[in-house]
Design a protein around this ligand. Structure first.
Ligand code: ATP
Ligand code: MG
Ligand code: MG
Length: 370
């Protein structure tokens, strides 16, 4: 049978591998760390560096198509893989999403709105930032996830404190105006080589300390706005020539306008609700897209409330969650429940239209129980 290569050993790789296995594919995981969530779901496992050409070539030669769940493989690494095997989504898309400056520049060139931003290339330039105004958020341009590598500058005072270590920061940085958003939403969009595009319903996402905590679907937004979000994601997929799935993170501002926060050309945490609320979930949609299979409509048969299990505190609640009737539990097989670490997620599923009002994010404080 055909073999799908997945670069990266995390939970997104694990769930992609399970979806691929269900479709009859063999999966070869390339991971740079020894025990990894994806390792135990793979038929073949290579542990090695994403920068080692010998390792990459051997991996690529064993695969019929390669995709990734890990976004930070180098451009050289990617083009090396592509010499031996098709890679989807393309290295070009990955390069755009790897770097916040390239990402924002590209989005801007497509005419898509983003939060006002500025590149900061040095400590001296940082010192002149006050002209940009507060509150704002400083972000590293690369390797950030779960809000890591970000400095929130709510006022002049926070800025002055940061300036004390200005010389030690990893430049270039991006300064973004902090958006006073009404809510955060996202769209998962898939496209195959034939050009078929499917958008899942818009979800509303709630973050705590920069980490996704809860997603609900459908997002409680005006149908017209949901349509706008999906149109935006569709246009983006077309313009990028996407093959695979991509998460598009959006802010809805107080005037009902959408701004793009960032894109992730891979399965995305805010799409995990699809695993139990859609016949074909984001992982299967992704595998279908990269292997050239038909894409069915991204139909949602249920409402969903997805809650991440983060760190030891959430894991302690598992016995109670196992007692629930409408909770589907997904664990990633990580040994150590360090604080802030995503250990799994729970999908609470309700008939369409039956998501309890108390679970609508914009109007409540998320809690794990009830
Ligand atoms: P991810 O794990 O989604 O890749 P990340 O580390 O790339 O996260 P961002 O998505 O840029 O980080 O930011 C994390 C969260 O911080 C956002 O979902 C949002 O809640 C908040 N945030 C980021 N940028 C802004 C902004 N310009 N204005 C307001 N809030 C923001
Ligand atoms: Mg990100
Ligand atoms: Mg994000």
């Amino acid at each position: 049978g055909a073999c799908i290569g997945i670069v990266g050993g995390g939970q997104l790789g694990r769930m992609s591998a399970v979806a691929a296995a269900r479709l009859g594919y063999k999966v070869h995981i390339l991971s740079n760390s020894k025990p990894s969530p994806a390792a135990e779901t793979a038929a073949y496992l290579t542990i090695g560096s994403y920068d080692d050409p010998v390792c990459l070539e051997k991996f690529a030669r064993s695969c019929d198509v390669i995709t990734f769940e890990f976004e930070n493989i180098s451009a050289e690494g990617l083009s090396h893989l592509a010499r031996f095997c098709p890679v989807h989504p393309s290295g070009r898309i990955l390069e755009i999403s790897q770097d916040r400056i390239t990402e924002k520049t590209t989005l801007g060139s497509f005419g898509l709105p983003v939060a006002p931003w500025r590149e900061i290339i040095s400590a001296d330039e940082l010192r002149s930032l006050s002209s940009f105004g507060f509150p704002c958020i400083l972000k590293t341009t690369r390797f950030g996830y779960d809000g890591k590598g970000q400095f929130r500058l709510d006022d002049e005072e926070a800025f002055r404190t940061l300036l004390e270590k200005a010389d030690t920061l990893p430049y270039p940085l991006v300064a973004e105006q902090k958006i006073d958003f009404a809510r955060e939403v996202s769209v998962m969009v898939a496209r195959n080589a034939e050009g078929t595009i499917r958008c899942f319903d818009v979800s509303e996402n709630y973050h705590q300390q920069g980490i996704l905590r809860v997603s609900i679907a459908p997002a409680p937004i005006m149908p017209l706005l949901a349509e706008k979000a999906q149109t935006l994601a569709t246009e983006l997929a077309e313009k990028l020539g996407l093959i695979g799935i991509m998460g598009v993170e959006l802010f809805e501002d107080r005037n009902g306008n959408l701004l793009v926060n960032e894109i992730a050309p891979r399965p995305h945490n805010s799409g995990h609700w699809t695993m139990n609320a859609c016949l074909v979930d984001q992982f299967e949609m992704h595998i279908r897209a990269v292997t050239g299979l038909p894409l069915p409509p991204a139909r949602r048969h249920s409402d969903a409330y997805m809650h991440n299990l983060i760190g030891p505190d959430d894991m302690a609640l598992l016995p109670g969650i196992f007692q629930e009737e409408n909770a589907s539990i997904h664990l990633y097989g990580k040994e150590e429940a360090r604080p802030g670490r995503k250990m799994g997620h729970v999908n609470r599923i309700f008939p369409r239209g039956g998501l309890p009002g108390s679970m609508v994010l914009s109007s409540y404080q998320p809690r794990l129980e009830g």
